[in-house]
Structures are given as C-alpha cells and as structure tokens.
Write a protein that binds this ligand. Structure first.
Ligand code: OOG
Ligand code: MG
Length: 260
C-alpha cells in the first residue's frame, strides 16, 4: 500500500510526538522510495512543523564523517532542518521520557553572516561568509526502530533531528584551524569517542559548501543568521538516565547537558 508524501510525513511526526518507534518506511509503506522523493516527504514534514508555529534556525548536515557513515551503514551526506523548539541551553537537563532512543554526537556549528547560494560553492567561500563558529552537541532520535534505516528513510525523517545544544564560546572562523579542532566526547567523565574537525569531509566548511550546493538543486540557499550543524565528528553514543554529557573542542571550550 503506497501512502502519499503528506501521509508519510504525518506518520513520522506522530511517531515523534508519541515517542514511539516505527518500522522504516521503505520496508512496506514506500518500498521504492528514491532520494528525491524522500526530500519531498521531508519538505512536507518541515512545512507541518512551520504550520505548528515553529521556526527554522538552520539546515544541518548529517553523515559527513566516516565514523557516522560506518556506524549507520549509509554512505552519503544528507541534510535536515533544526527548529527553534529543538534548542536546549548549555548545561541544561533533558528528560529521557521526551525521547524514543536518543543518541548524542559532537559537532562544529557555523553561524552565517551572509547568504550562501550554490552551485559551485567552496569551503573558502563558506569561511568568508561565516560570522562565528561554536561547538555543539546534537541529540538525534531516529523515529525508526533501532535506528535501522536506508538513505531515503533517514532523509524523510528529517535526518533524525531531535535537539541541539550550542556551546557559548563563539569564535571567528579565522581564529581557528577548524580541521585541526580536536574533539573529545565524554559521558560521566569517561571518554566515549574522539576526533578532529577534518573528520567532517576534510574540513567542516566543506560540509556547509556541500549543503549550499545541495540546496541549490531545490532553488534554495543558506541565509545570513542561520546556524548550521556540519555533522557528527564522533560516532553517536546512546544516552541513558543519569548521564552527564560533555564535548570538549579545542579552542571552542565545553558543551554539556545531563539526562534526567
Ligand atoms: C542520521 C543523522 C546524522 C550526523 O551528524 O551525522 C547526523 C542518524 O545518524 O540517525 O546528524
Ligand atoms: Mg548530527
């Protein structure tokens, strides 16, 4: 039985609001789903969130590092959208009961000073258009059982987006060598994963460039003021009750939250 894009988007949104996992849509609901169609479902889902009164803080990239591609068994970068109601304050406590099966990953975020419009955008152009960078923790919470999905499934599901914690040490991009930013992800003081900015497509600015070029295919662009997550440097780590999560990024300080 094939459902319309709107029906699938609604089904995914319901799983999110009921905090119940669902089988990936390519299993039975939409077995022949293509990447292009999956982005159309994502567009419906994004529009439904906008209609609910939420606003976009920026698009995000996902599956931009080898660590993430290997972990999720998906070989291509994707994008999704982060909304204002997904932002958690640095140091805050989240409640495990608000999620299905959340995981956390450490990232570098870009805050744009100028619009960036593809095609043909390079990392250097991105750096010139960026006002600030900061460290971030992204909480992902796939709506699919056991985070089991194919490329079109995860695109339709807004790239597993759930929450983001932005670090409060913001820096000008030229003050750092972003590819060399060492990153350590710790839970309750125990190191869970580590990496450097270069894990993300060689340099996190390349991730924003790829995003601008992908958005161009839809006639869209990145806008001044948007906050862009460039994708997990580290693999994602499952969250449990009582966890205190910290990411340390060289030159960008610490970002943290707790799980209650
Ligand atoms: C998809 C989301 C990927 C990242 O940073 O790689 C992502 C997933 O792994 O569920 O946000
Ligand atoms: Mg991410």
């Amino acid at each position: 039985m094939n459902m319309s894009n709107k029906e699938i988007a609604k089904y995914l949104l319901e799983a999110e609001s009921n905090r119940t996992d669902i089988k990936r849509i390519t299993l039975d609901k939409s077995p022949n789903l293509t990447v292009e169609e999956a982005y159309l479902i994502q567009e419906e889902l994004v529009n439904m969130k906008l209609e609910q009164g939420h606003s976009i803080i920026g698009p995000k990239m996902g599956l931009t590092s080898r660590a993430k591609m290997v972990q999720m068994n998906v070989e291509e970068p994707i994008y999704g959208y982060i909304f204002n109601n997904m932002v958690i304050q640095d140091g805050a406590e989240i409640s495990l009961s608000d999620y299905i099966h959340p995981k956390v990953e450490a990232e570098i975020a870009f805050i744009l000073g100028k619009d960036i419009e593809g095609p043909g955008i390079t990392g250097a152009q991105v750096l010139a258009a960026t006002d600030y960078v900061c460290g971030a923790l992204e909480i992902i919470d796939s709506r699919y059982e056991n985070f089991n999905f194919t490329l079109p499934d995860v695109i339709a599901d807004n790239a597993s987006s759930s929450r983001v914690v932005l670090g409060n040490r913001i820096r000008k991009p030229e003050e750092l060598e972003l590819d060399l930013v060492g990153t350590v992800l710790k839970i309750n003081g125990v190191m869970k994963d580590l990496g450097a900015g270069a894990a993300v497509l060689g340099h996190p600015a390349n991730s924003v460039a790829m995003l601008a070029n992908m958005l161009h295919r839809k006639g869209e662009k990145l806008k001044a003021g948007q906050v862009i997550l460039t994708g997990g440097i580290t693999g994602a780590v499952q969250l449990s009750y009582g966890d205190h999560v910290t990411a340390k990024l060289d030159g960008l300080g610490e970002v943290s939250f707790s799980v209650g």
